[in-house]
Design a protein around this ligand. Structure first.
Ligand SMILES: Cc1cc2nc3c(=O)[nH]c(=O)nc-3n(C[C@H](O)[C@H](O)[C@H](O)COP(=O)(O)OP(=O)(O)OC[C@H]3O[C@@H](n4cnc5c(N)ncnc54)[C@H](O)[C@@H]3O)c2cc1C
Length: 459
């Protein structure tokens, strides 16, 4: 291990916290990973990550980033029953422009429940000698000296104010998710809270696990029925996961929420844009209760713009940016952010922070890297959400209308043209930025095929 760079405290021991803790430890920081929950050994649901009962698809970009940071994670997941399949060839996929026939697998998906992903990451990260994991501690504030972070105030979970104490640290990484209190903690210290961009699409989810039937889904391993703005804002996803099960999530944009009793769940599934998911799931044996979840609005906190952000504070993962989960981006963005921070730290080969640029410059650069890692996903999800009249916030206008019209053409072309399909899949999977959709070859196909109505969806 490189010579110690100092003490870092990472708040939140879920996906973003684990990955960033590992990256820091690898670079030579002595890391204390503080988690409010008391975690069990296995792949169990944890109350601190309530969304973990819902379907979680790790996009290829996220899986690639995790595999680069933690080689062997894919094998660990598949060893526990996570399912591999090709994107887009193994997905029965109803896009807003109609059914998509995959030409060839461009990427591999490794599909599992969210608790299994978190378990695999804990297995990979926590044995690092530079990391001390402390469960059952709740962060309740920051301490500063002048412009610098000096530590974190915390208390035992369930303990009162009397159990509170300070963990000294030169670097504090907030990975406490979308309920992060850093904006409030900054205000408590007399500092400015970050500006926020908010897009409130009012999405809601309901998810059940069902026993998988071999060959039950002809022509694919997974199913994705996307909503269509102005027509039917309901969506459905079916993914194979460990334990010979399918995880089935259905939901809708504002005003369309799926019930959590089996009868209501199936009745909602029947109203999706195609009957395929209802027809399959209606005949399956449930493998547990159905759980609902109402994700909060998509929110981007602009810590990178704060002039008086204390030196040594970094905010990552959902604490910095949450998305409409329908596009499956959050985990991948957190993983790409960890990879970017890893790069700033010299890729683990040489200590970067303090060695090269000093802590204040490192945290500023790292916060900007976190922002950049989320940029494409934020632009994509927030602009797609604005197709719905019921979405509140965001910026509408002529430019957005033109963007939607162009993307409609690319998507229509993607159904029958290999070049357009490749660009669409790469952008969606976050392995390419949105500029890929404007490459000359794609543009040409959008002009050529994009106006054709062809084999549209039933709606
Ligand atoms: C319904 C739904 C479905 C989703 N589906 C997908 C998907 O398909 N693909 C995808 O990539 N993403 C998906 N996401 C997004 C994904 O869940 C998040 O992006 C991801 O969990 C972010 O990780 P995180 O570590 O930043 O935060 P979280 O996973 O939310 O973890 C925060 C952690 O901080 C801990 N914590 C909180 N407060 C404190 C405190 N004060 N002190 C100490 N610890 C604390 C919590 O206990 C928790 O362990 C979905 C989200 C939702 C809501």
């Amino acid at each position: 291990m490189p010579q110690s760079l100092g003490r870092a405290v990472v708040l939140g021991g879920s996906l973003a916290g684990l990955l960033h803790a590992r990256v820091l430890a690898e670079a030579g920081w002595r890391v204390t990973l503080v988690e409010r929950d008391r975690r069990s050994e296995g792949a169990q649901f944890a109350g601190g990550v309530p969304q973990a009962r819902q379907a979680h698809l790790l996009m290829p970009a996220g899986l690639n980033a995790i595999e680069r940071l933690l080689p062997g994670t894919t094998a660990l997941l598949t060893g526990e029953g996570a399912q591999r399949f090709g994107l887009p060839t193994d997905i029965r996929w109803l896009t807003p422009a109609g059914w998509l026939d995959g030409f060839s697998p461009r990427h591999t998906i490794v599909s599992s429940t969210r608790p299994l992903i978190d378990w695999a990451l804990r297995r990979q990260v926590l044995p690092h000698p530079g990391i001390e994991a402390r469960d059952g501690l709740e962060a309740i504030g920051l301490t500063v000296g002048g412009r610098r972070i000096t530590g974190v105030r915390y208390r035992e979970r369930g303990g009162g104010e009397r159990s509170s104490a300070v963990l000294p640290a030169e670097l504090v990484v907030d990975a406490t998710g979308r309920t992060s209190r850093t904006p409030q903690w900054l205000t408590d210290l007399g500092l400015a809270a970050p500006e926020e961009s908010v897009v409130d699409q009012g999405v809601s989810y309901a998810t059940g696990l069902f026993r998988r039937v071999d060959g039950g889904l002809s022509g694919g391993r997974a199913m994705y029925l996307q909503p269509r703005a102005g027509r039917n804002p309901r969506f459905g996803v079916l993914l194979p996961v460990e334990g010979d099960r399918w995880i089935v999530t259905i939901g809708g944009m504002r005003g369309f929420s799926a019930p959590t009793d089996l009868g209501g769940f199936l009745a909602f599934a029947r109203e999706l844009r195609a009957p395929d998911l209802y027809e399959l799931v209606g005949g399956l044996e449930p493998a547990g209760p159905i759980h609902g979840f109402r994700p909060p609005p998509s929110r981007r906190r602009h810590f990178e713009r704060l002039a008086d952000l204390p030196e040594g504070l970094l905010v990552v993962g959902d604490a910095a940016c949450t998305f409409n989960p329908m596009y499956g981006q959050g985990m991948s963005v957190a993983a790409q952010s960890a990879l970017a921070v890893h790069g700033l730290l010299g890729g683990g080969a040489t200590p970067g922070a303090r060695g090269d640029v000093g802590l204040p410059a490192f945290t500023r650069r790292a916060q900007r890297a976190v922002f950049r890692a989320a940029e494409a996903a934020w632009q994509m999800s927030s602009s797609e959400d604005l197709r719905y009249d019921t979405t509140v916030g965001g910026r509408r206008g002529l430019l957005l209308k033109l963007q939607h019209a162009y993307l409609d053409r690319v998507l229509t072309a993607a159904r029958t043209n290999r070049v357009a399909q490749g660009a669409f899949i790469d952008t969606l999977s976050l392995t390419a930025g949105p500029t890929r959709l404007f490459a000359p070859g794609v543009l040409w196909q959008a002009v050529r095929h994009g106006g054709a109505r062809g084999r549209r969806a039933e709606d």
